[in-house]
Ligand binder design. Structure first.
Ligand code: ZN
Length: 156
């Protein structure tokens, strides 16, 4: 079901999310949370969403920069490029605001996938940015905390 996206300054967006146990990942409750996250992301035309954005303080993110949404549990940045890029971002939880954030151009992320398997992803371009933005949500961080300049249009 499409859920209400919490909006800044809702304090629940600032709660650090809890890591999941491996047996939680494939539970029925989790399947329903994943479905809610995907439906909500689609309804809001986002390229990513994190569970705390719908009021669930658990380390789950969904990213969709291609055809299909991908789900990651307990995602962790293992390594990041020295090179950074200016990323123009918006956020479903900060409607109507856009700005430039410095992000690593490449990241390597370790997580569990929907089957509970350990995966490592090397991301660059848009997926690298979305991983950093969504993982920030799990730590209670919003892009407006890191913005170097607000802009009027958005590209993400
Ligand atoms: Zn966001």
């Amino acid at each position: 079901m499409v859920q209400t996206v919490l909006r800044q300054p809702d304090s629940r967006l600032r709660i650090p999310s809890i890591p999941l146990e491996q047996n939680e990942v494939t539970s029925k409750e989790m399947k329903s949370l994943i479905q809610d996250l995907i439906e909500t992301m689609h309804a809001e035309h986002g390229v990513g969403i994190a569970a705390p954005q719908i009021g669930v303080s658990k380390r789950v993110i969904v990213i969709q920069t291609g055809q299909k949404p991908e789900v990651f549990f307990n995602p962790k940045i293992l390594s990041a490029s020295f090179r950074k890029v200016n990323s123009e971002e918006g956020c479903l939880s900060v409607p109507g605001m856009f700005g430039i954030v410095r992000r690593h151009s490449r990241v390597e992320v370790e997580a569990w996938n929907e089957q509970g398997e350990n995966v490592r992803i090397k991301a660059d371009g848009l997926p690298a940015i979305v991983f950093q933005h969504e993982i920030d949500h799990l730590d209670g961080i919003l892009f407006i905390d890191k913005v170097i300049r607000f802009t009027t249009k958005h590209t993400l």
